[in-house]
Design a protein around this ligand. Structure first.
Ligand SMILES: [Zn+2]
Ligand SMILES: [Zn+2]
Length: 572
């Protein structure tokens, strides 16, 4: 209520009262917590923000969700009632960082509760226009983190959070530390969803232990080793980070029209409008971009990234169709030789007909007749160009060389290959003969079959040896991890078929190790509680569940069933 200044006495206090109402900014139900890094590549994810918001209110996410759910407007989520809010955590919480209707609901609800306007930037919603959301799965199902970033932030007293970039499927490394992101807690070996009922910043949602590791104390066994994988992962992380940062400033750039028109521009400029040729240049299956050009649907994110990578530009530059030049093509990563040559020949080079004719005419006279592929190589054009300009010469060279398959020489090469160890694959053997695989198979089908068999056998032996070695490893690795090392990241079914016994042993060892760790953890928790009880009774203090809890290093363990039972016994 406003008081009006008294008219009679002119004292000091009168000056403190003003006639206008003081303007009080609108209050928000929850803290007006600022998200980390909006407009930068390392912007926080929405699930991370939710966890931090719960932490700021000293409640678990499972309690905070009770505030948020009633604001959900979409009828689809009606079954997730106030009474059973944990249901939310059974749904795929990774999707909350994406472009789903649930992500929109959560953004809107949290914006209402915190009176913030910038929470959309914590999801992939600003990029939705360039994503093929009906086909693409954009996220890792499990929460992923860089333990070194966590530790660095903790030491520097910075906010502990999870960048949106860490959760995206196509990024595997931390841009700062250039190390593989982790998805399994080193204490309880469990993988968890990005948002769980008891998630806390930087801690495991299951065992509540701190996930940070100091870089110096880290043994380097799980480093991202192969340089190409690392380069690709770093490229993807950097370019997606850049796109995420730009999407909040330039929303108009990230729409499907722009993607499709950028693709058309590149096809037009780099392969004279020929889509198939463009696909070959960027190493995609033929006609992979047909849908984009006919229906205007953006290609899947991985395809889009692959195109940008091959063109050696970032996603943002691609969308603005900048630097359309063949000069910077593929300079990022050495391309297979064949592709590089193909590029050199097919792009922007005027055909010198006279020179071409001279080369072809000389080849027709040559003895023994050269292979058509060799002659094409000499011309420095692609085969179709040579054929288009001089179809007759091309055919006659082809026919002559076809008649002159030097069988004894090929036989010798194959025989040598069959003795070689490790056995070379059929494509390599065919390359050595100078003919394509089909031709070699046509004349030496039995031998080719044996080459393939030997390659398969040697691969299986390699798998078996690796599995037997893994069965003796300490600490025992998970089978999925061993499969990943062998290059079968999708599924372990093949390696199970190759060496069922070794796989069984690996699984047994791994489970035994996990159980052992779990037992150790329980023993450790019980010892800690006992120690607290002893300390309290030495001090002559009464002990209750509460006094024990506040004296524990990790108060959350008080909820464990075995601790509850133990306390019940002691307190009786
Ligand atoms: Zn890091
Ligand atoms: Zn854990």
């Amino acid at each position: 209520m406003m008081l009006s200044p008294s008219t009679g006495s002119e004292n000091l206090e009168d000056d403190l009262w003003h006639d206008e109402l003081a303007t009080i900014p609108p209050r928000s139900r929850l803290f007006h917590l600022e998200p980390v890094g909006v407009g930068t590549p390392l912007v926080e994810s929405l699930t991370s923000y939710f966890i931090r918001l719960a932490d700021a209110h000293s409640v678990a996410p499972v309690n905070l969700i009770r505030e948020v759910l009633p604001l959900f407007k979409d009828g689809k989520f009606q079954h997730v009632t106030y009474k059973a809010p944990t249901e939310v955590f059974n749904l795929s919480t990774w999707a909350l960082n994406g472009t789903s209707s649930r992500a929109i609901e959560l953004v809107n609800s949290l914006q209402t509760l915190t009176a913030r306007q910038d929470l959309r930037a914590l999801t992939l919603l600003p990029l939705a226009g360039i994503l093929n959301t009906s086909r693409d799965c954009l996220f890792h199902k499990y929460r992923r983190w860089c333990p070194f970033c966590y530790e660095d932030w903790r030491v520097a007293s910075k906010t502990i959070y999870e960048p949106l970039l860490w959760s995206i499927k196509h990024t595997d490394v931390c841009l700062k530390h250039k190390k593989q992101l982790q998805d399994r807690c080193p204490h309880c070996m469990k993988a968890t969803q990005p948002l769980m009922g008891y998630s806390r910043p930087g801690c495991c949602a299951k065992c509540q232990n701190w996930l940070g590791i100091a870089l110096e104390s880290h043994s380097c066994d799980d480093e991202v080793d192969t340089s190409n994988t690392l380069l690709w992962s770093l490229y993807v992380a950097a370019t997606l980070g850049e796109a995420i940062a730009n999407a909040s400033y330039e929303p108009s750039l990230f729409c499907r029209k722009i993607v499709v028109s950028a693709i058309s521009t590149y096809i037009e400029n780099l392969s004279e409008g020929n889509m198939s040729r463009f696909c070959r240049l960027v190493d995609l299956p033929d006609r992979a971009l047909r849908e984009a050009l006919t229906d205007g649907t953006p290609p899947m994110l991985q395809k889009l990234l692959k195109i940008c990578h091959k063109l050696n530009i970032g996603l943002v530059d691609f969308l603005t169709a900048k630097s359309v030049s063949t000069n910077n093509l593929l300079s990022f990563q050495p391309a297979p030789k064949k592709l590089e040559e193909q590029l050199k020949r097919s792009i922007g080079k005027r055909v010198d007909k006279e020179e071409l004719q001279l080369i072809l005419e000389a080849a027709v006279e040559e003895n023994p007749p050269p292979l058509i592929t060799e002659v094409v190589n000499r011309t420095h054009y692609i085969a179709s160009t040579v054929r288009n300009y001089f179809p007759e010469l091309y055919e006659s060279i082809k026919n002559r060389s076809g008649q002159w398959v030097d069988k004894p020489r090929i036989e010798r090469i194959i025989a040598e290959a069959l003795e070689e160890n490790p056995p070379p694959p059929l494509t390599t053997v065919a390359e050595r003969t100078g003919f394509c695989v089909q031709t070699v198979r046509k004349y030496f089908s039995k031998e080719c079959h044996r080459i393939i068999e030997r390659v398969n056998q040697s691969r299986d032996e390699r798998i078996q040896a690796a599995l037997i070695a893994a069965a003796d490893e300490n600490p025992p690795p998970a089978l999925a991890e061993v499969a990943r090392r062998l290059g079968y990241s999708g599924s372990s079914s093949y390696i199970r078929r190759v060496a069922p016994d070794a796989c069984k042993i690996i699984i047994e060892h791994y489970n035994a190790h996990r159980n052992h760790l779990a037992r150790l953890r329980i023993e450790h928790h019980i010892a800690e509680v006992k120690e607290v009880i002893e300390r309290l009774s030495l001090l002559g203090k009464p002990f209750t569940k509460y006094t024990v809890k506040v004296n524990l290093q990790n108060p959350h363990i008080i909820r464990k069933k075995y601790i509850q039972e133990m306390l019940r016994d002691v307190l009786q």
